[in-house]
Write a protein that binds this ligand. Structure first.
Ligand SMILES: O=C(O)C(=O)C[C@@H](O)[C@H](O)[C@H](O)COP(=O)(O)O
Ligand SMILES: [Zn+2]
Length: 365
């Protein structure tokens, strides 16, 4: 069998994304960037029973004498809190973690964000290796170094940029992925096509059935192409001073929905699907893009089984209030990622709130 595909991420601290089945059992790959002799594997109570013991055993075999501990949080966005962050920090303290210790973030986006943030803060920053097990984490959240926890007031409001030492995406883990999680990841995959690669949207339309059937090669191709897009953008703009904001397409709406639902309604990918359709609608409302492109995006997301309309019962004014705390907002007002059509996204400042409210009205086209 051929080895992993590797995607390079450039920057002040370059790293590689490995994509292949079997990486969670590959001790040499797992230990390749280890500097010290302590490791904390952070996971959740869905993923830990499946993979934590295997990762820990592979690490011990590859690095004899390594002190390996585990820390498990409850699965789900409602654990991405300061309280669970504090418990992860306690686990590092219990391990007696030194500055050369390494955190392994084994799981989906919640685990990756929280574990990465713990690594960013412990002793002002220790190494983190991301081991994404969901499609969403493989194609997006494990790459680029955004780490955070949520507050009741807003999503990802407390966090840090802390690039991983390595990302190892074991595509065999996708076999155990619940269908809802597969769909959530596909939303972020569609995002790369929407913001900058219309040909990738064509490919997704062609391969939709194979992706939904969890065909390994189709999924691995989607992961590799998505990671290549993300690596290129974060390599050029690691701290979101410019083009990295494009990766937030749909997210101003999505985060407002997730916050309004108390992180217990739509999951992140589902909210991003709704948010991207709303962003396309907003672009139409502002006279920037044709309705046909919104319909195309909507059709692809719906084909992937994703929601494309805001959940019933959410008050547009409440959503708008959450958007005012969006990290892209400035003294000048709201900033949105809009598009001029499929594959052509850009940042737009001073977006009138009236246009945002118009697309949020129940029953708006
Ligand atoms: O990596 C990025 O940059 C992104 O915006 C990717 C998003 O898909 C991801 O959800 C990210 O965590 C959102 O970041 P935030 O800065 O809007 O909280
Ligand atoms: Zn996202």
């Amino acid at each position: 069998m051929s080895g992993p595909r590797w995607v390079e991420v450039s920057g002040a601290q370059p790293y590689r994304i490995g994509i292949a089945p079997g990486l969670l059992d590959d001790g040499a790959a797992l230990a390749a960037t280890l500097c010290g002799r302590q490791a904390l594997v952070i996971s959740d109570d869905t993923v830990a029973p499946l993979y934590a013991a295997r990762v820990e055993a592979a690490l011990r075999a590859a690095a004899p004498g390594l002190a390996v501990a585990g820390f498990v949080l409850p699965a789900g966005e409602s654990s991405k809190t300061l309280a669970w962050f504090g418990r992860a920090i306690d686990a590092l303290a219990a391990l007696g973690a030194r500055r050369d210790a390494c955190v392994y973030a084994l799981g989906g986006g919640v685990v990756g964000d929280l574990a990465g943030f713990a690594a960013a803060c412990w002793m002002r920053g220790i190494d983190c290796v991301q081991l994404p097990t969901t499609l969403l984490a493989m194609v997006d959240s494990s790459v680029g170094g955004k780490t955070a926890v949520d507050l009741p007031q807003g999503k990802n409001l407390v966090g840090a940029f802390h690039p991983p030492r390595a990302v190892l995406a074991d595509t065999a883990a996708l076999r155990t992925l619940p269908p809802r999680e597969l769909r959530a990841g596909l939303a972020e995959v569609v995002k790369y096509g929407a913001i900058g690669d219309a040909a990738f949207l064509d490919w997704l339309e062609t391969r939709a059935d194979a992706l939904l059937a969890m065909d390994h090669d189709a999924l691995a191709e989607a992961v590799a192409r998505s990671c290549a897009h993300k690596a290129a953008i974060v390599g050029r703009d690691p701290f979101e001073h410019g083009e990295r904001a494009l990766l937030n397409f749909g997210h101003t709406f999505a985060h407002a929905i997730e916050t309004a639902q108390g992180y217990g309604g739509l999951n992140h990918g589902e909210a991003v699907a709704v948010g991207m359709v709303l962003a396309a609608r907003l672009s139409e409302e502002l006279g920037l893009a044709p309705a046909a492109d919104t319909l195309r995006l909507r059709a692809l997301l719906a084909r992937f089984g994703l929601p494309v309309d805001p959940p019933a019962g959410l008050d547009p004014e409440t959503l708008l209030a959450h958007m005012r705390l969006d990290k892209k907002a400035t003294a000048g007002g709201l900033r949105f990622i809009v598009w001029d059509g499929a594959g052509r996204a850009r940042v737009l400042s001073d977006v009138p709130e009236s246009a945002v409210l118009a697309v949020l009205q129940p029953g708006a086209p």
